[in-house]
Ligand binder design. Structure first.
Ligand code: AR6
Length: 174
């Protein structure tokens, strides 16, 4: 599914984010940047230990913030690590918005043209997927309506159920 927003394209696909060849893929990380399970584990396993080593040099990323490393052997050139909220810690919606927007801003600062997101916080961190879709899409659409060098923003969703939720939400919003 594909929608044009201003001068950019917003796209939803179902698949494995580690296979994406956009300039950057976004990792749903934790604050200590210890990439064990979920998307994070898959990125390090396929991309190589270099991504974990570079993350260890950075050391920490607050909830809602984003940092960048190389992507090792992955097809993407960079990994943007952002930390979404853990369900129950409070102020989750605002934190998910910040994680999304700060990833986009970091990509722009680095001069990147394409980026792929997973459904941040919707796995191990327990955030409801429908609310995740609503908040992330809303804020990406708003961001792309302003000035940006990003030409292509993709969501790579794991499994048909997640894809369907995002598809329904995007149809509602655009
Ligand atoms: N490609 C695309 N999406 C995926 C993939 C994949 N290969 N694998 C999982 N997902 P999660 P979180 C989906 O748990 O909730 C890690 O241990 C998954 O189905 O990766 O933000 C970190 O180190 C879900 O919809 O991230 C943190 O400690 C979404 O990606 C913690 O998990 C996010 O699931 C972060 O938890």
């Amino acid at each position: 599914m594909l929608r044009r927003v201003n001068n950019s394209v917003l796209e939803l696909i179902e698949g494995d984010i580690t296979e994406m060849a956009t300039d950057a893929i976004v990792n749903a990380a934790n604050s200590h940047l210890k990439h064990g399970g979920g998307v994070a584990g898959a990125i390090v396993r396929k991309g190589s230990r270099i991504i974990q080593d570079e993350s260890d040099k950075i050391g920490y990323c607050a909830v809602g913030e984003a940092v960048i490393t190389g992507a090792g052997r992955l097809k993407a050139r960079h990994v943007i690590h952002t930390v979404g909220p853990r369900m129950g810690e409070g102020n989750e919606d605002e934190k998910l918005k910040n994680a999304t927007v700060n990833s986009l801003k970091l990509a722009d600062r680095e001069g990147l043209e394409s980026i792929t997101f997973p459904a941040i916080s919707a796995g191990i961190f327990g955030f409801p997927i429908d609310r995740c879709a609503e908040i992330m899409l809303e804020n990406i659409i708003e961001y792309l309506s302003g000035t940006t060098g990003l030409k292509r923003v993709v969501f790579c969703l794991f499994g048909r159920d997640s894809f369907d939720v995002f598809q329904k939400e995007l149809q509602k919003q655009l």
